[in-house]
Structures are given as C-alpha cells and as structure tokens.
Write a new protein. Structure first.
Length: 253
C-alpha cells in the first residue's frame, strides 16, 4: 500500500503526515514497526529494503516513511514503488516536495491514496489562520486574525508559533505595526513570476496607500522596468490610470 503526499507546502504536508497517518496507525497497530528513510542519502534504498524484508517475531504490520525520492533515479525508484503496491502488511508513505514526473503518474490513481499540498492564495491562507485559531480554541478577533495573516504571508510555521503563544496567554502587540514595508516592496520589485508579485501586492495594499506602493516600487526598478514605471506614472498623472490599476498591470507582466 502507498500513501503519497506531495507539494511545496511543507507545514500542511507534515501536519497531514502526523495527524492523518502516523497517529491513526499507532493507535491501530501499537506493536507495528515504523521506519523513516531519507532516500537522498547514500545507502538508504538498501536500508529501506532490509527494513521491509526483515520480519520480526512480533511485527504484524510495518509503516515506512520515505522522503527525498526526487533524488533517486527513475529506474531504481519505480520498481521499488511498484513492489509496495503488492504489500498487504507494509504501508509506504512517500513524502515529496514536488510531484514526481510522468513515469510516476500511477501514484495519482487507485489503489494509491494521494494528497497534494499547494501553496495557498492569500484568501486561502487567511482561512487557514482562522481554522488554526479555532483548533486551539483561542478567542481572537477577525482583525487580529488578519494581522497575523498579513504579518506572516504564507508562513505557516510562524503563524502557528504565534497562535501557540496566544494559547498560553501572550498577546498580539508585536503585530500592531504592519509587516516590514521595504521587504515587501523588494519582494514585489524582484519577484520572478506574476503569481509571486500578485501575492506580495495583496499584502502591500492591505496596509499601504497605492500611491506610496507605486512610488516605492518605482524607486527599486531599473533598466526597461524603470522606463515602464515612468510610462505608468505619466498615465496616472494624466488621469488615464489609477494607482491600483497600474500596480496590477506591473504585477501581471
């Protein structure tokens, strides 16, 4: 049996591993064996095979958690994974930062169970923060939830740490100021993709005026981008564009 967890969101991936897989397994099979392997390390494939092959006297089931599969050659990894499809008493939990390539598409169909953990959009991340606060039974306002989401955009570990502090009586005083403005400006200006720029722009506009965001972003640009910002600036001053529209156009480039 194979359980396949993949995607760049390592927080929710690890959360699912702990809560959906390890906890139920240990409750159901207290005498079962567990093995943890990082396949990017030399000799781990052999160690994994030995673990699966060695049946202890009291072992009824085995759980294998393997990470680092991306570093293993397809000709070595694919046959190994296909063997696990035939195991009735051994479960392989395959944890990957990225979805494995086309030769491994069989992992996305029955009998394999798979979960994908993509990066969340800003609204999805806000919902995540709300859900985590509810899980901890913390009495916080909608504004405080928003402060956390904006202060730590996309950072599940930081948000969870802050919520844990709140659960034991800490406060959100440290978050009453917006996130570091210049860091976000630099993220926006030097982003490698429209998706990244759009995410950063969302957080910038939460607490800053569009005119300020535009002018600071223009200050960080150079070359062709500088010329484009100058053209947008002229269009804004002539009444042809509004600052938010110009920023959206910049983000989508």
């Amino acid at each position: 049996m194979i359980l396949y967890l993949h995607g760049p969101d390592d927080y929710r991936r690890q959360q699912a591993l702990a809560e959906k897989i390890l906890k139920p397994y240990l409750a159901k099979h207290p005498s079962g064996s567990q093995g943890y392997f990082d396949l990017s390390r030399t000799g781990e494939l052999e160690r994994l095979r030995e673990f699966v092959g060695n049946q202890g006297l009291f072992d009824s089931t085995k759980l294998v958690v393997a990470s680092g599969a991306e570093a293993v050659e397809t000709k070595q990894l694919k046959p190994l994974l296909q063997e696990f499809l035939e195991h009735s008493k051994t479960t392989l939990v395959l944890v990957c930062e990225k979805k494995l390539g086309k030769p491994f598409d069989f992992l996305l169909a029955e009998p394999v169970k798979s979960w994908e953990f993509k990066k969340l959009t800003p609204p999805e991340f806000l919902s995540f923060v709300k859900a985590e606060a509810t899980k901890r039974a913390i009495n916080v306002s909608a504004e405080q939830i928003k402060q956390l989401a904006v202060a730590y955009p996309g950072d599940f570990w930081a948000v969870s740490t802050e919520l844990d502090k709140l659960a034991v009586g800490s406060s959100l005083e440290a978050l009453e100021t917006p996130p570091v403005f210049f860091d976000l400006i630099k993220q926006f200006s030097y982003a490698r993709s429209p998706a990244e720029r759009l995410r950063t722009l969302y957080y910038l506009l939460e607490y800053s005026e569009p005119a300020l965001v535009f002018n600071m972003a223009a200050a960080f640009t150079s070359g062709v981008a500088k010329v484009a910002m100058a053209d947008y600036d002229a269009a804004i001053k002539s009444g042809k564009l509004e600052y938010p529209d110009a920023l959206l156009s910049v983000a989508l480039q």
